[in-house]
Ligand binder design. Structure first.
Ligand code: CMC
Length: 430
């Protein structure tokens, strides 16, 4: 990053020089940190549409070209040639591991997948019909009550232990949340299984019957994890950073990220997208829903379409679409009505002026639900799967922030439009 240029800002006839920071890739960034002190003004940017909240080396998105890189590596290459735990290593430490480093890392994660046995009791406090995301927010937050020896954020070793614990235990917790919601016994992790197979096994095996793990499905699951692993400063990652900026422990921060991810405009969109496709039901119903999506007076939106940053095809959606075809083929689900609706909806939306003008393309959530549902997951599990995949991104970003000497508590200001100063009026005089 260099700061060779400067921009001039004139306010009430007075000039102020703002340093211009040039990133490795992406638009230049105006450094306004000293602006308030110098000019007594704030900047206004609800939704942070033009604001860089931090410096980061982890992930880059080019929304116009539809590109996503983890540590410089394009997502398409990682999805095709790498696998999730290698990607986790890359996100956490900045480089691809050599064979020895990878083996050690995989071993470390695998040997931390069990959760404290007392957590079983903690789960039992939730209603059976609780949404698994509600359970996950609570249980992940409670990890700070179970793992005291990794909550001192000033100790780099403890930060490292917390990162490994979170990456290792999130699939176990998500699977437990699922099992609890359907009244089945919890399934312990198995160290002889890879990360994705282990998750499938914890979700689908029962004591009465062995679950046959199809390698192709494990591969598809692993790819879903990889595609969701990080996504720059999105709402949940920013939530994790903001929570962490106050010095909160990592488990509390990740619980905050999970809570934010749950919303239908963010990670909750995968559940909402599949429910929408099922509600549409058949191809002949699509025009009605397109009409509703265009109607300004109707709050309905095409779920799985649009993105704050991508103004082109979401590169993750492309890989996801290929994966959906492979998985449905493998499972012999050919004439799937939901998939037909999805493909036709995508075709119509991509040709429709409204969607073209607003640059609304399918996003990652449009196809992921189809794969997950074909694998046997209920819609309520879609967002927990997103959450467990994104945990590595959250924790990598959190670690980067804590290690950054420029780290300060996040504290935005506001444009106050409330009442002017006034005197209190006693109740009998109002
Ligand atoms: N269907 C219909 N119209 C839409 C849609 C949609 N899915 N998305 C945006 N628009 C319209 C919107 O009404 C607005 O129109 P106008 O300019 O006339 O007011 C325009 O497009 C711009 O939308 P916006 O809400 O200002 O854009 P945003 O950047 O604030 O929102 C978004 C981005 C992802 C929240 C939004 O596109 C959306 O709600 N999409 C559906 C939910 C979804 O699929 N979310 C998953 C995002 S990808 C995974 C993740 O990040 O978690």
């Amino acid at each position: 990053m260099s700061t060779s240029n400067s921009a001039k800002l004139t306010i009430h006839g007075q000039d102020y020089d703002l340093p211009v920071m040039s990133p490795t890739a992406g638009p230049d960034v105006l450094d306004i940190r000293k602006l308030y002190g110098a000019a007594d003004v704030f900047t206004y940017d609800p939704g942070f549409t033009s604001t860089a909240s931090c410096e980061s080396e982890i992930t880059f998105i080019d929304g116009d070209k539809g590109e996503l890189w983890y540590r410089g590596y394009p997502i398409e290459q990682l999805a095709a040639e790498s696998h999730y735990l290698e990607v986790c290593y890359l996100l956490l430490y900045g480089e691809l591991p050599n064979a020895d480093e990878l083996e050690k890392f995989e071993n470390l994660v695998t040997r931390h997948t069990m959760v404290h046995e007392q957590m079983n009791n903690f789960f039992r406090g939730f209603r059976r019909d609780a949404h698994p995301m509600a359970t996950m927010v609570g249980v992940v937050g409670a990890m700070s009550a179970f793992y005291h020896d990794s909550t001192d954020i000033s100790d780099p070793h403890q930060r490292e232990v917390a990162a490994i614990r979170l990456i290792a235990k999130l699939p176990t917790i998500a699977a437990m949340a699922y099992k609890y919601s359907i009244g089945q016994p919890f399934v312990y992790p198995q160290n002889d299984l890879d990360y994705a197979s282990n998750f499938l096994n914890m979700c689908f095996s029962v004591p009465a019957e062995k679950y046959e793990i199809k390698p192709e499905l494990s591969r598809a699951m692993d790819r879903i994890f990889t595609l969701h692993a990080d996504h720059e400063q999105n709402a949940s990652t920013s939530t994790v950073r903001l929570a962490g900026s106050s010095g909160a422990n990592p488990f509390a921060c990740i619980a905050a990220g999970i809570a934010c991810l749950w919303g239908p405009a963010h990670g909750g969109a995968n559940q909402a997208a599949l429910e929408m496709l099922q509600e549409i039901g058949s191809v002949d119903q699509i025009p009605e829903y397109i009409k509703r999506a265009k109607d300004k007076d109707d709050p309905f939106r095409l779920m799985g379409f649009g993105h704050r940053v991508y103004k082109n095809f979401d590169p993750r959606a492309k890989v996801m679409k290929e994966s959906a075809d492979e998985v449905l083929d493998l499972l012999g689900i050919e004439n799937n009505e939901t998939l037909k609706v999805a493909k036709e909806l995508e075709r119509i939306a991509l040709e429709d002026d409204f969607f073209i003008e607003k640059k609304l393309y399918p996003n990652v959530d449009f196809y992921s639900g189809i794969i997950l549902s074909a694998m046997g997951f209920p819609t309520a599990m879609f967002t927990p799967i997103f959450a467990l995949s994104r945990t590595v991104g959250w924790i990598a970003q959190w670690k980067e922030m804590i290690a950054d000497p420029q780290n300060k508590i996040g504290r935005p200001r506001q444009l106050y439009v409330g009442s002017d100063k006034r005197d209190y009026v006693p109740v009998d005089s109002r």
